[in-house]
Design a binder for this molecule. Structure first.
Ligand code: NI
Length: 247
């Protein structure tokens, strides 16, 4: 059940039987020579919809732009500053709490969001702890790629070439969601360099085609379908425990 395809009466009825909601959060940033700029938003969104269908869970609108300052030397990348993303997440949560939602389950598609999302959670909890808000909310952050089933399938398909950015797994999952957008490209070197980075210029100097440690040349919609089902299994179990108040 998707929020943007529902009426307010349907949301009111949902709140009679559930108080948790899934909110996909991603990024709009370069993903190497064959990865879509929307990869990090597309992946959690498609997994969230799969979980929503199986669990009768409401899926909120995707936060499609995240904290991606380090990708800005590549055309098309957009970032929110950490402080802007914290404000954005806080306003989403406050809006949902006003209607009676008590649990917001963020399904994340971008490693660069993790620190800022956790800071946003701390801000929101601090408001309650300091007495500035009488409402209580439970927040959760889950990365779609972190579950045991996804890790098992990724290892089987892409052992040693997964890397950490523009990974063959995330590119495959985005191709499964949008098979008409599959790209082909040449890769030099075949496996991208690995390492750390600071700002956008530093990132582009170290990782000239945008990838980190990966070889996504073998990404495919078929692999993406396997990863989709694995991710839905992982996230479904995790969400179910969260919605029941167990974590
Ligand atoms: Ni990504």
């Amino acid at each position: 059940m998707q929020l943007h395809l529902s009426t307010w009466q349907e949301v009111e009825a949902y709140l009679e039987r559930a108080t948790a909601i899934i909110v996909p959060i991603g990024s709009t940033e370069q993903h190497g020579p064959n990865g879509l700029i929307g990869t990090d938003a597309i992946c959690p969104e498609v997994v969230a919809r799969g979980v929503g269908d199986e669990e009768d869970a409401l899926v909120g609108p995707t936060i499609s732009v995240g904290m991606a300052q380090h990708h800005l030397a590549f055309p098309g990348s957009i970032t929110l500053r950490p402080s802007t993303l914290i404000a954005c997440v806080s306003d989403y949560v406050d809006s949902l709490m006003r209607h009676g939602f008590e649990g917001v389950y963020f399904l994340n598609g971008h490693g660069g969001n993790i620190a800022t999302l956790n800071a946003a959670f701390s801000e929101i909890y601090a408001s309650a702890s300091l007495g500035h808000s009488s409402r209580r909310v439970r927040l959760s952050l889950t990365n779609w790629w972190d579950g045991p089933e996804v890790r098992r399938v990724s290892r089987e398909l892409y052992s040693g070439i997964e890397g950490s950015h523009a990974t063959p797994s995330e590119v495959s999952l985005s191709y499964y969601a949008y098979p008409d957008a599959v790209k082909s490209a040449t890769f030099e070197p075949r496996v991208a360099p690995s390492g750390r980075f600071r700002d956008a210029e530093d990132y582009r100097r170290r990782f000239p085609d945008g990838r980190i440690g990966s070889d996504p040349s073998g990404a495919s919609p078929q692999a993406g379908e396997r990863l989709f089902h694995a991710a839905v299994r992982d996230v479904r179990n995790d969400y179910r425990a969260f919605a029941a108040g167990g974590r």
